[in-house]
Design a protein around this ligand. Sequence first.
Ligand SMILES: Cc1cc2nc3c(=O)[nH]c(=O)nc-3n(C[C@H](O)[C@H](O)[C@H](O)COP(=O)(O)O)c2cc1C
Length: 383
Amino acid sequence: MYPVFKSLLFRLDAERAHHLATSTARFVQAISPSIIQPLYAFDHPVLHQKIWGVPFRNPVGLAAGFDKNAQLVRFWDKAGFGFCEIGSVSARASQGNTKPRAFRLPSDKALINRMGLNNDGAEEVSQRLKKLNKNMLPPLGVNIAKTHDPSIMGEGALLDFRHTYRVLAPLASYVVLNISCPNTAEGKTFEDPESLDALLTAILSDRKEIGANAPLLVKLSPTFSQHVVFDSAIEEILSIVEQHRIDGLVATNTASDRQQLVTSDAEIKRIGNGGLSGAPLTHRTTRLVKYLYEKTRGEIPIVAVGGIDSAETAYANIRAGASLVQLYTGLVYKGLGVVKKINKGLVRLLRQDGYKTISEAIGADVDVIPNPIREQVLAAIEV
Ligand SMILES: Cc1cc2nc3c(=O)[nH]c(=O)nc-3n(C[C@H](O)[C@H](O)[C@H](O)COP(=O)(O)O)c2cc1C
């Protein structure tokens, strides 16, 4: 069915196609989202796991950006996702950048976007989330970012981020700080160590104050995985993340560079700036996930995202250390059916390798150097 719908969608500009697809989904959701369930549902106990004490029925989630304003959460549940992440949401509503701002690169199975954090703002999204019956839905991640406005800087940027956190964290199963959006109005991310340290200090003090218990994750950019040998920047970020005892990492956001594309240079030039997503990120994501898992000794759950569009790419990331995976561009090129295909394929691959649960396969391809202090503590507990 999707090839027919896709041929229609691909005749439209990428953002119009997105609107058409999401309007169709909203229509289905309004009538009865259960009507799609027989097509897309797939459940298998091998895929069940608890992360941060939160139960996940399968590891495949919707990546941030597809449902920025939480308008389709009930639909994603019936479409077979194990969880979904809404956002990025910012304190103030924003129109984002001028259009056109999303482009397909079909020969690379990729997208380039410079949406610019368009969203309805924290208050409106919180009202929408309050109407959902969270107990009936899979885990809901809330991805937050700084308002798309270059005049909000320094202390103002922190206050802006904190406001969104305070409004939305109580409604989330987990919160992601989008510190790596390549499309910010000020052309700067929160990934420089000083800004990140200040942000995490502020958010964690808010977390304590409001008594929010949603795990806190940080979303990284893929910039670092360009190199086979990772540079000191990522080490610094990781050391800040570990100092603050952040609960998880999301790797990765879209890429600002244009590595390994077959699309012509003239076409790339015509498109202009923006974040690259999809198949060109596949290996970079897995390499970064592996690096992060090794460096954090498998102690911090990792959500892999970037070029995942099949059971094989999902499994490679799980074996590299990801507890969960997400997709966006894969949905555009393969349609909703890809979620069930990935889950079914994962069951086959896990069984083939003799695993009884998905948790056993996480990090299977990585030699983790044990943390001596942790090992001593565990040994002491055993005694
Ligand atoms: C059109 C578009 C909009 C996106 N918007 C966001 C966003 O608001 N916040 C965010 O954290 N990531 C956003 N992303 C990044 C995705 O969540 C994901 O990290 C990236 O696309 C790589 O995954 P993929 O290859 O499966 O698309 C967006 C991606 C696309 C293509």
